[in-house]
Design a protein around this ligand. Structure first.
Ligand SMILES: [Zn+2]
Length: 205
């Protein structure tokens, strides 16, 4: 028999489950529907797994993430979000290579996400984050004029394996880990270390 107290309990439980973001994945952009990858547009050379030409000091390597275009014409404060709850384990705030690495845990195990060429970082090292509050933003006009408009996107990776611990560096005291970004020289390397970010999102959204 359904009683008033049973109904109240059901309402309470459904409200609770609606407000809980636990384990929920959303795209890292502001969008009308963050449960779909439709709003993710990549730059011309932003695909995962593209071969990137060698440049001084860096041999040719595979592109280990995706380069996501700014979703609007907001050149002041276009927000970037974590795709899931997690904990910030590495942070660098210097210039165009500013970066966050977030560790996540779901029912399948741990994985890590990386956000690079970002600015206005709003989270602290070791801070737990949720996907509903911005962690940073795209570079603004002033920053792009200073660092170059080739950075008018953000680079997003999903790592299958833990990132590489770094030695202490006094110039970047909160940068504790590095990714395998510039060291993937074969398809096997790429598959060993990284998920295809769009496939990863599509499968789990
Ligand atoms: Zn990139």
């Amino acid at each position: 028999m359904i009683t008033v107290s049973n109904i109240s309990l059901c309402v309470l439980l459904s409200v609770f489950s609606l407000s809980s973001d636990e384990g929920k994945l959303l795209i890292p952009l502001k969008a009308i529907d963050r449960s779909s990858t439709n709003s993710i547009v990549l730059t011309a050379i932003g695909e995962f797994g593209l071969m990137r030409k060698e440049r001084p000091g860096i041999p040719a390597h595979y592109h280990t993430g995706i380069d996501i275009k700014r979703p609007s014409d907001n050149y002041i404060s276009e927000p970037i979000f974590s795709i899931m709850e997690g904990v910030v384990i590495s942070k660098r705030t210097d210039g165009p290579y500013a970066q966050l690495i977030i560790e996540h845990q779901d029912e399948r195990g741990k994985f890590w996400t990386l956000y690079e060429h970002i600015a206005g970082i709003e989270v602290e090292l070791y801070q737990p984050v949720t996907p509903d509050r911005p962690i940073a933003r795209f570079m603004n006009t002033m920053e792009l004029d200073k660092y170059g408009w080739q950075f008018d996107h953000f680079h997003f990776e999903v790592l299958k394996v833990a990132p590489i611990p770094l030695q202490k560096d006094r110039t970047k005291p909160e940068r504790h880990f590095s990714s395998y970004t510039l060291v993937c020289y074969t398809r096997e390397d790429l598959r060993k270390y990284f998920h295809h970010p769009l496939e990863f999102l599509s499968e789990r959204l």
